[in-house]
Write a protein of this length. Structure first.
Lengths: 241, 241, 241, 241, 241, 241
């Protein structure tokens, strides 16, 4: 079993989940998308991942604000409101009879292309919306045993390239960073920013607790994390008291 | 109709093509891939595009050498030989009765993931191979009318980030560059390297002919183009004579 | 009429203003400087722009402190005191009978050169001081209609080149940035810093109000603006209360 | 007397030269330009300097090609042909009865501004053309005694800022580099590129002769010098023989 | 006599000090280390300098924490505890009968190499510990006369090269910066960071007092100074009151 | 036994070598240098390593030219001629009765410091010259088994920091790169330049032979290697024939 910050306990219920693709529900093995989808062809899509906890979609507003900001920054018009997207998610959860301990991945790609191409003008459908809900309970392993990190030679880039703060479908460089870590025998990759300062792990933001202080990197080169923002908020509040 | 370097004449035969997905053939509208495919989820895949000209797959060796190099650089093991991949392509072309004027896109993604994640350890299948062959005859428009370029603020990054020389499924930043160009009324984007020097167009390498000299950028920040290499080779040979 | 942050209402009184050149007053059309002036030849000069409001030169101390700092950073000795320069300005305003709604541009160049050259050793006069006072009332257009910005590919440089914080006569790159914006149909240019982060507009500092928060860039790559400093001061004060 | 690469022998004939400003001739002391000229206000202009040698304007085509390229890169339309500009220069030389040993500086600024501003839309005249011809015979001092160089902390920037290859009126940073050199007791400044490699002197391109080899910097961060190109051409030719 | 921030009054007692090398005491002239020592061969060692004031080793904990952090960052295992190292220092001071006004330099190199090489695997001893205690009373000169600084072209690098925050035996570039300053007639070098912002002096951190405010650089490119941290702490405390 | 490009066969004769320190000869264990030596204290020294092959010091001129260039670039005056230094080396070899298969390390540090300091003004002796001759026959292992490389996160810096082309005593960052490689289970470190391109191994220049072509990095960020230059010369010559 892999070992990392995203460790989850094996849960056989996930074999039978229903996945929503443009509002239609499919069993896991039938959940497919056109090979002309822009996300598949050129990583042209954005996504959010959030948790369902005791019936509540945690920090839903923050996630949807970020999704709409991401859409703006990649020039994608979302042809539905936040309420409508919430309804899609709720409908998917309902169909799966899920109420707790669920991780929901919402993916929005630009749509079906006429031919394999980067060109957004060749998109012949509206955005494709895929919602994958899965039962995920964090394994205690990561907390108990800790994880090992390997500093990758793959860096977090500047925002004038592929903005490293963007939650998108183009993440091959992060996969490469993780592969370096795995090949070196570590669990996850620690990534440096363009100047060589520590920025983030490949798939999780990075914090150090040093003598009672919580340290993290500047936000300039890491994922614009919602949990990250909450941690910082809690630390600041706690610091003042 | 869009106007750019990849302009192709509309060809109705493309409506009826068969697409190969892991050696099975599907009509265009049924050609689908799992939403757990690594290419769809995180742009984790590599591809080549080549032409069938009078029955010959042009520069096939160069394309396959580059594909195998790409696979190595993203840590993907290809469980087939170059001969076997050639056979897959030929079989697809044969099924489509195609012999000339065809553009073949070969896409190899890491495979099906157990759950949406960057983590290559969570891949539960071998690589997925998709082959899309389409009739494409270059429109004369681009040559006759020329195209307009817009210099994008999106840059070509360093190789220590997402290597800009890599032919892969993570190309959202190139889409962003092109969107800037389109919004500014141009046909394609001209992209600068990290130092602000001209590097390449978003989807085509860039050459200038200036008073009988052919100029192009350094190869450090642009696609490692096969046509590009051939043009340079021709220019060098011609220069010596 | 152009549309931008510096929009001013047309004011016919400006046709008849007197301009001070080294303490002599000239009508607008006769206000001329030697073609051997260092400012004209190589942009070798510094300037300030301030407002006369109800008889008061607003933030005069801040402007003069900045002017003297600018002079030091370009190695120019100012052969007059702040009081003497104030007297020059007051004398110019008095000659123009101006008491309110006036924008005063004070320009100090290194002086007359013996021959066209960068070389400060070839300066054969003391600094040339030009004072242009004009009636300027901000047009309501900018506020009411807003302005459109275009992100330029021209960047704010590092302080080890031409320091982007310096209020000087060498601003061709900012003109270039604005020209890009105009050609793209926008009103002004938004400029990025060397790392691709938003820094400033070409001729005005940049602020965003986002959900009640005022955001601006780091001060490292933008004009060392006096209004900017006042805005930040007001925001900080307001934040604490 | 200053000592540097541009050393010229004192020549009293220069006291009586006629300078051309928009085709009108003025004695040196009366040669003046509006304080609303874009070159004076914001360094918004371009120039060339060439020599009259035995009645010939040396490398005239190269200089004018560069001037027109500079104009294009700063978005300035030149409302005259190369032939017309040649005529202006010849007329000026004729009025001065100059036939040999003359250095001609041709300066073209965007024009008169309505008010002090960067904004090209506020230009209310066509370009201003100033031609200054002076007798200049290189002093033998530089060759005989050599000159001393000081490495400045002011760098040559990237082309995405103020392009260091551009022959323009915004050169304050080069003045600053030279001032550092002078203050340190040297004759001229040696300037490094953005990576710290030697690029050029502040006002002259830089060559080293080392054991019979001629070395110079990459052309990326130094003035796009015509003499430089000729030197390189000569070296290449000589190398092949 | 040299003049700089480290000026000390000549003290003849220093002629007779005893120096500790791996717990053995040697007179100054006999204090020698193998030419196979890693510090001598390739600057492979770390050090601390602290003061003995009225019998107290000032900020000892801070210095030793930093030493252990330095050791970790260069992959050196220290085979003694902080208490044991304190004992070594105290023993040295005792042997010298020193109780006040003493500057103690503690140097720990990786050890003796089998042959001249960078390779830590060729180290055939444990770390070498050298302790040099000297009487040093700051000369009043620096405070009274001030010192002159020269801005060096040698920069503070990124932490992905030789980390400029590290207190180590590889300091040749800082020597080079100082040599530039001395050659230019100054007392010490002011060094810029990779972006051209002021960072630090070559051997002392840099502070400016400007109108009652204390300014210093970001900590990213300067020595991780203990005195620096104390000054900032005092300023922050004082600011709040 | 360590395994790397510098592998040498164990040779017991090296136990009894005589080492020259400022022209005096010492057995290996008595070969010591003052702890006030600038090389030991702050890595302030330069060195060369060359081979004695059949009585000839191979490429001696190249090595000494480089040594004198290094001395100039660190502001060190060498108080002896190349002939005198050759004599010192020959005398050392003679004393050791060495005639073949010898690796000679010549180290020149700035000299003895009055007190531990970077300051060259505190040097109270001339340069210290240490010559270590050792029998070294390359182990066949490296050639037969190859070595494994690990790409380090420690980069080759720009020449405006500690020039990576300099053969000097400050090499801690290269030690750090190698330690990363060792910890990851590799033999040596591959180091990238500031832009993320492959530059060099930590202690050996890097070449790839790819389909009959020899590839190496630009010379900008790697050791200015004499063997490297010879390899390139041989390749160029061979290419023309």
């Amino acid at each position: 079993m892999i070992h990392g910050t995203h460790n989850a306990i094996e849960d056989s219920r996930n074999n039978d989940i229903l996945i929503s693709i443009n509002d239609q529900l499919f069993p896991r093995n039938d959940a497919k998308i056109s090979v002309f989808d822009s996300g598949y062809l050129v990583g042209d899509g954005i996504w959010e991942a959030l948790r369902l906890h005791h019936g509540v979609l945690v920090f839903l507003d923050d996630h949807f604000n970020r999704l709409w900001t991401s859409a703006a920054s990649v020039g994608m018009h979302l042809p539905f409101s936040k309420e409508e997207l919430t309804a899609k998610v709720m409908q998917t959860l309902k169909a799966n009879k899920m109420t707790d301990g669920v991780h929901v991945r919402i993916m929005v790609t630009r749509g079906i292309k006429k031919t394999p191409s980067q060109d957004p003008r060749l998109t012949i459908s509206g955005p494709n919306v895929v919602i994958i809900p899965e039962y995920k309970t964090a394994s205690k392993d990561s907390k108990e045993k800790g994880i090992t990190l390997f500093t990758s030679t793959i860096r977090r880039g500047s925002p004038d390239y592929l903005d490293p703060r963007l939650n998108c479908h183009s993440k091959l460089h992060e996969v490469q960073a993780l592969i370096q870590a795995i090949q070196a025998g570590a669990d996850e990759a620690l990534m440096l920013d363009i100047h060589g300062f520590v920025s983030t792990c490949n798939a999780t933001n990075f914090f150090i607790v040093n003598k009672g202080e919580v340290w993290t990197s500047t936000s300039k080169y890491c994922m614009n994390g919602i949990t990250r923002a909450k941690v910082i908020e809690v630390c600041n509040t706690s610091n003042k008291n």
